[in-house]
Design a protein around this ligand. Structure first.
Ligand SMILES: NC(=O)c1ccc[n+]([C@@H]2O[C@H](COP(=O)([O-])OP(=O)(O)OC[C@H]3O[C@@H](n4cnc5c(N)ncnc54)[C@H](OP(=O)(O)O)[C@@H]3O)[C@@H](O)[C@H]2O)c1
Length: 258
């Protein structure tokens, strides 16, 4: 029997990861396998999901067949969002027989706001809000109203925000709305879903596949000259999230404990 006290906490746990075909979500999938969790990876694109599984199996040949599975779900459509997500949770939890222990979402669709507020359209607003804000809202509702998720202080939901709402650079109003919105939402969900822990990671600029195709100069500008801030808010059982870490923050972290 293992004598580890800490690194076996995820062993055998069921983790549903939205946005796991690339970038940070893929890294979460890798880390979860290394911790011997059972992962269900999700994205909007079945081909990308198959390729991600192929890559994971190549990196982790010891992973069992049951340890990695997939489910397709497009989070960019507002119509039918709640029903689609409910079906996903119902399927992956086998109708509640095998409840999910953790949900992580790093899902993020591309959008073109090159001309800042002048480029905003209703379609961009619907799609970006749908993936990054509405999906977490309805995941919260489904967890509160179903047996598909293990409602315990050992369980968690972790979403991905950003830092644009702290000090938005020019042209980032919509991005600031989303990152500020998700921070508020997780504080509320942490109260409403207690004892489940609800967290948000607010990354600074991170060189993932989302930068693919950007001209080198723009990429360099974003990676080296944007606000350098990575922060993590984590909730503990029955508490709203507490600001726990800012890395290389050029803006000071909030002073308050929430
Ligand atoms: N990288 C950064 O510098 C940075 C900084 C701050 C915040 N963020 C935010 O952090 C999150 C992760 O960033 P990342 O760089 O890892 O992103 P990424 O590499 O672009 O990955 C995004 C993931 O979201 C999935 N996705 C896209 N559209 C979707 C949809 N309609 N429904 C469901 N899933 C969808 C993608 O898979 P499919 O295409 O297969 O659906 C992919 O797996 C994003 O929300 C991003 O905005 C990133």
């Amino acid at each position: 029997m293992s004598t580890f006290k800490y690194i076996n906490k995820l062993k055998g746990q069921r983790i549903l990861i939205f946005g796991a075909t690339q970038g940070m979500g893929y890294a979460v999938a890798e880390a979860s396998i290394e911790h011997e969790a059972n992962i269900i990876i999700s994205s909007s694109n079945p081909d990308k999901l198959s390729k991600a599984v192929e890559r994971l199996r190549k990196s982790y040949p010891q992973a069992s067949k049951e340890q990695i599975s997939t489910i397709t779900c497009d989070l960019s459509q507002i119509d039918g969002m709640e029903e689609r997500l409910r079906e996903v949770l119902k399927t992956v939890s086998e109708d509640g027989a095998k409840p999910i222990d953790h949900i992580v979402s790093t899902a993020g669709n591309q959008f073109d706001l090159a001309d800042g507020i002048k480029s905003v359209t209703m379609d961009i607003m619907h799609k970006t809000m749908s993936v990054r804000l509405l999906a977490p809202v309805f995941l919260g509702k489904i967890i509160a109203t179903s047996s598909y998720f293990n409602k315990s202080y050992n369980s968690s939901m972790t979403f991905t925000g950003g830092s644009a709402h702290i000090r938005p650079p020019p042209g980032w109003s919509v991005v600031a709305l989303i990152s500020g919105g998700i921070e508020g939402l997780i504080k509320g969900l942490a109260v409403d879903l207690a004892p489940v822990r609800v967290n948000v990671v607010q990354p600074g600029a991170i060189d993932t596949e989302s930068f693919t195709g950007l001209p080198e100069q723009i990429k360099d500008n974003v990676l080296h000259h944007s606000v350098d801030h990575t922060a993590v808010w984590i909730s503990y059982a029955k508490r709203t999230p507490t600001f726990i870490r800012a890395h290389n923050a050029s803006t000071p972290p909030p002073k308050t404990r929430f």
